[in-house]
Design a binder for this molecule. Structure first.
Ligand code: CIR
Length: 274
């Protein structure tokens, strides 16, 4: 069994005081408990720390979505493409991320300097270890995907799906990977539509279909698979079995407050293999 290669450090950002003003297009609107959101975020960071060092950047007040650091960069190996997030309110989040990536000695490519019309949220970019799958969505356009194709050392495959940007926010809201050969998608029409697109690329992925979409956004870090507590028991049982079969660890954490702002698990960290 292949395994994704080890990550060496994670970058996270603490939740700002203004978090209740973060964007929310897909979740049912309800007021966020800032305290609980911070507790849940802290649990997430601690969970990552079981497997690698995790840096916690201070919150960017005035940027309610700043804890969703995944959207600001696509980093593979020593190269990082700083994105232009698809939603205008999020564009001020990238410069402090650029700073830390440069401190790590990474080669940073600034998307906006290559094409001022390019857009990309990291949540639309799935790095499986073998490929980079990019979902074109409301937040990521073809021009952004083309820059990734020109910048990444691995094959970058574009997934045109009618469901991303309509039924779900990002590609990774609906599909992530368990290992280099296995993707995780929901059952039902939304998952069917996405799987049809990916299968048509002929990349040789197997698929695990889970009964609910909340279970399909997994963080897989150095042998640990983290799932969202909002997932159904049926999905969690399948994941527990699949991770056991791969000799991986499996953990479930609650991120209910983060989900109120359309945040999944992957969005709260940048995983670097530098
Ligand atoms: C947004 O709409 O941009 C944020 N409220 C949520 C971003 C979640 N990002 C992610 O899953 N990669």
């Amino acid at each position: 069994m292949l395994t994704v290669r080890p990550y060496t450090v994670a970058v996270t950002r603490k939740i700002p005081d203004c978090f209740d003003e973060a964007l929310s297009q897909y979740a049912e609107s309800s007021k966020v408990s800032l305290n609980l959101a911070r507790q849940q975020h802290q649990t997430y960071v601690q969970k990552l720390r079981e497997k690698l060092p995790a840096i916690e950047l201070p919150p960017l007040e005035g940027h309610p979505d700043c804890c969703f650091v995944e959207d600001t960069v696509v980093a593979i190996g020593n190269t990082a493409v700083l994105t232009v997030p698809g939603h205008p309110s999020r564009r001020g989040e990238t410069s402090s991320i650029e700073k830390i990536l440069k401190e790590f000695g990474m080669k940073v490519i600034d998307m906006k300097e290559l094409d001022e019309l390019a857009l990309c949220d990291g949540g639309d970019v799935l790095f499986t270890g073998r490929h980079v799958l990019v979902g074109v969505s409301d937040r990521t356009n073809q021009r952004g995907a083309s820059i990734l194709q020109a910048s990444c050392s691995l094959p970058v495959k574009i997934v045109q799906s009618p469901v991303v940007g309509r039924e779900v926010l990002h590609l990774k809201s609906i599909v992530t990977h368990l290992d280099e050969k296995t993707l995780v998608l929901p059952t039902g029409t939304v998952g069917d539509a996405m799987w049809k697109e990916i299968e048509a690329l002929g990349l040789g992925y197997r698929v695990i279909r889970l009964p609910d979409i909340d279970a399909c956004n997994l963080v897989v870090v150095n042998g640990l698979v983290i799932a969202q507590g909002a997932a159904s028991n049926e999905s969690l049982d399948i994941l527990a079995e699949e991770t056991r079969a791969r000799k991986m660890e499996f953990s479930v954490i609650s991120t209910s407050e983060i989900a109120k702002k359309d945040g999944a698990l992957t969005c709260c960290s940048i995983l670097l293999d530098i």
